[in-house]
Design a protein around this ligand. Structure first.
Ligand SMILES: *[C@@H]1O[C@H](CO)[C@@H](O)[C@H](O)[C@H]1NC(C)=O
Ligand SMILES: *[C@@H]1O[C@H](CO)[C@@H](O)[C@H](O)[C@H]1NC(C)=O
Ligand SMILES: *[C@@H]1O[C@H](CO)[C@@H](O)[C@H](O)[C@H]1NC(C)=O
Ligand SMILES: *[C@@H]1O[C@H](CO)[C@@H](O)[C@H](O)[C@H]1NC(C)=O
Ligand SMILES: *[C@@H]1O[C@H](CO)[C@@H](O)[C@H](O)[C@H]1NC(C)=O
Ligand SMILES: *[C@@H]1O[C@H](CO)[C@@H](O)[C@H](O)[C@H]1NC(C)=O
Ligand SMILES: *[C@@H]1O[C@H](CO)[C@@H](O)[C@H](O)[C@H]1NC(C)=O
Ligand SMILES: *[C@@H]1O[C@H](CO)[C@@H](O)[C@H](O)[C@H]1NC(C)=O
Length: 648
């Protein structure tokens, strides 16, 4: 086509007998393309203008061949311009006009005069404050209109003349209110009102035959839907992501949705409640996105009712690891269920008792940590006396405590008791079969004798309970205990003679003093420990390190809060323990550098550290992303030996 058009034009110019440099008369700063469809003589223009009024379209030799015109103004240009009236009048056969980024302060009423054939009109990022009435009277055949990125505060009344419009984009304007104009646009199917300032939807104000409505990023809190005949009878897809909706209703006229919907996106709202039976009327729904809301629970009864296979999205909600979430996992396992959790592996939940513990839902399920509150609970599936008053295998929650248990028929059964007031609670009545006891922040003194033997206890939380001393023997009654959290108490020392089954000790935020040798022995037997915080009075020294300082150097990996362990460095003050450990940026480097009399070299930074009292020397080669640390025993005390250079 390009060739035949060219041939034609060459012939034409020869007949005229005049040499035309540009046979099309392509306007300045425009590129003209001929259509690639065989037999078509259509021409397409792409113009880069400084502003909407920068060059003259009148130079075109065959304006009737122009089908599409795209005008783009530069990104940076901010000064508004005003297009002349009837600017496009010559382009009678134009079917698509796009004007992008040309800031316009006022559209003349006759701008589109003569454009009977226009089907698609885009005037975006124009920052228009309003649209004159009657401006669209010239373009009665328009089917798609994009007025995004302007400053419109209300939908333009001028839209009324667009009886054939199918697709309307008014996103990124300043609409805070919808009048009745859109309701009369009977052919409108797709409407985008993203990124405006709307605060509610009333479906009666919207075209009745709409199929797609997008209102992302508004400030919508309320949806009014009065039921069948109340507008939006054929709506299939509704996108309300990024609004401020806080609940979904099952009945009434507020925050319910048209039952014709197939896709509903409510992600990034503030939904904290989906009423039971909310989906009962939504029989056509195929996809419901509730990710990134504020749901703490997701009950099955809120979502049942759809007749199709419903895809549900729930990640990014502050869900609690409650047994009411169990159905989410089952619905996937069984496969045939009508609800499919699309983002199951990204859903997280926080532990019901220890809320700072956030787990993947699937992990919580594997560990049998989806808990239910109970007053009485059967400890295992073979317990047969649960209905009797007195029963060995029945847990009864004592007064003053809260009790939670997971599914007793599965492995790793959890039975957690939380008591806040140790005086008021009947500690002697704590069920024998519990697996975790949480007395965090409890008032009153902690008395292990009162509690008695707990054969299955694996976690004891006595953090923030004003405890000033713990004996290792306090834990003799708990043969399965593995984790003790005693953070934030008044402990000056850690328990010695701790039973060997205890692997994890948390004693951060305590006024701990420097450790004795028997306490160091306790540290050795643990798998992990926390002991950071600003209340400790550990001492450290560069030339003769303390026993704890030496321990921590060998056991960095055991200390879960290594970066917040502090100590008192002679002559310097309070520092982080890691700063006096050998390695990069060690505060102790200076001393030894001066002592050994050498400093950084061009080939890398070497630091030596005369460390333990038994004479081990640590050499750190700091010449790359991974410093190499070599510890060896110091046999000869020759300086030459100490200054050995380690190169890769
Ligand atoms: C704008 O266009 C009109 C008509 O094409 C012309 O008369 C006028 O000079 C133009 N103004 C600028 C600033 O280009
Ligand atoms: C909205 O329009 C403005 C100016 O017209 C533009 O800078 C901004 O990027 C647009 N925002 C979105 C989300 O489209
Ligand atoms: C939780 O799931 C995410 C995403 O699937 C994964 O990247 C992460 O490692 C998981 N965490 C645990 C503790 O399993
Ligand atoms: C279940 O309870 C019965 C009766 O108390 C007991 O004999 C049995 O050992 C328990 N089973 C488990 C797995 O705890
Ligand atoms: C406990 O788990 C079993 C096996 O997974 C399951 O069949 C049962 O429904 C669960 N019970 C409850 C109360 O969730
Ligand atoms: C103990 O309880 C405190 C306060 O609730 C909590 O922050 C901490 O994570 C708990 N520790 C363990 C090991 O569960
Ligand atoms: C010590 O730490 C606590 C909590 O980490 C903090 O609130 C307090 O201000 C700190 N005190 C000092 C003296 O730094
Ligand atoms: C070590 O040297 C650096 C800079 O040379 C200095 O800022 C720092 O205070 C010194 N540390 C000690 C403990 O002297």
């Amino acid at each position: 086509m390009r060739v035949s058009l060219l041939v034609l034009l060459m012939y034409f110019s020869r007949v005229i007998g005049r040499k035309t440099p540009d046979p099309l008369g392509c306007p300045a700063r425009c590129q003209c393309f001929s259509d690639t469809v065989p037999g078509s003589s259509a021409v397409h223009l792409v113009c880069k203008w400084e502003q909407i009024n920068s060059t003259n379209l009148a130079t075109l030799h065959y304006p009737d061949q122009v089908r599409t015109l795209t005008i783009r103004c530069p990104h940076h240009r901010k000064t508004p311009s005003r297009p002349p009236d009837r600017l496009f009048e010559g382009l009678r056969k134009l079917d698509r006009l796009e004007i992008d980024r040309c800031v316009i302060d006022r559209l003349p009423g006759g701008l589109f005069a003569g454009m009977q054939n226009l089907v698609s009109l885009v005037v975006k990022n124009a920052r228009l404050p309003d649209i004159p009435q009657g401006i669209f009277d010239y373009v009665p055949n328009l089917m798609t209109l994009d007025l995004s990125g302007s400053d419109l505060r209300i939908e333009p009344f001028a839209l009324r003349s667009l009886h054939n419009l199918i697709h309307l984009d008014l996103s990124n304007n300043s609409l805070n209110f919808l009048a009745n104009t859109l309701g009369s646009m009977t052919k409108l199917r797709v409407l985008s009102l993203d990124y405006n300032k709307l605060t509610n939807i009333d479906f009666r104000r919207l075209p009745s035959e709409l199929t797609d409505l997008s209102m992302r990023g508004n400030q919508i809190t309320t949806i009014h839907y009065v039921g069948a005949g109340g507008g939006a009878n054929t709506l299939l897809r509704l996108d309300l992501s990024g609004n401020q909706i806080d609940f979904i209703s099952a009945t009434g006229y507020i925050n319910i949705f048209p039952p014709s919907l197939k896709q509903l996106d409510l992600s990034h709202n503030r939904i904290n409640l989906v009423q039971d039976g909310s989906m009962q009327r939504m029989t056509n729904l195929l996809s419901l996105d509730l990710s990134f809301n504020t749901l703490i629970d997701a009950k099955e009864s809120s979502f049942v009712g759809t007749e199709q296979k419903l895809k549900l999205f729930l990640r990014g909600n502050p869900l609690k690891c409650s047994c009411s979430l169990d159905w989410l996992l089952r619905s996937i396992k069984k496969g045939g269920n009508t609800i499919l959790i699309e983002d199951l592996y990204s859903i997280t939940c926080s532990h019901l008792v220890d809320q700072s513990r956030v787990m993947n839902l699937t992990v919580a399920d594997l560990r049998n940590e989806l808990l239910c509150k109970y007053t009485t609970h059967c400890d295992n599936s073979s317990c047969s006396c649960c209905d009797d008053f007195s029963c060995d295998c029945k847990s009864i929650c004592p007064a003053g405590c809260l009790c939670y248990a997971s599914n007793e028929t599965r492995e790793k059964h959890q039975n957690v008791v939380q008591c806040r007031d140790l005086h008021g609670s009947r500690l002697s009545e704590i069920p024998r079969s519990i697996t975790a006891l949480n007395l965090a922040n409890a008032k009153g003194s902690w008395n292990t004798e009162k509690i008695g033997k707990l054969d299955h206890l694996h976690t004891l939380n006595i953090s923030g309970a004003e405890i000033s001393e713990i004996q290792g023997t306090s834990f003799d009654n708990y043969p399965k205990l593995r984790v003790i959290d005693a953070s934030g108490n008044e402990l000056h020392s850690i328990p010695v003679k701790l039973p060997h089954h205890i692997h994890h000790l948390r004693v951060a935020e305590n006024p701990l003093r420097d450790f004795t040798d028997s306490e160091i022995h306790t540290l050795d037997q643990l798998h992990s420990i926390s002991l950071g915080g600003n209340r400790t009075s550990f001492l450290c020294d560069c030339t003769s390190p303390s026993p704890f300082q030496r321990w921590i150097r060998r056991n960095r990996k055991k200390v879960v809060d290594l970066l917040s362990v502090q100590c008192e460095l002679k002559g310097v003050g309070r520092v982080n323990m890691v700063e006096v450990l050998p390695g990069r940026h060690s505060l102790c480097d200076n001393l030894t550098e001066i002592e050994f009399g050498f400093a950084s070299t061009a080939s890398g930074h070497y630091s030596t550290h005369r460390a333990t009292s038994n004479g081990a020397v640590q050499l750190t080669l700091d010449s790359g992303p991974q410093p190499t640390t070599i510890t060896r025993s110091e046999q000869k005390k020759s300086t030459e030996d100490q200054i050995q250079r380690w190169t890769k």
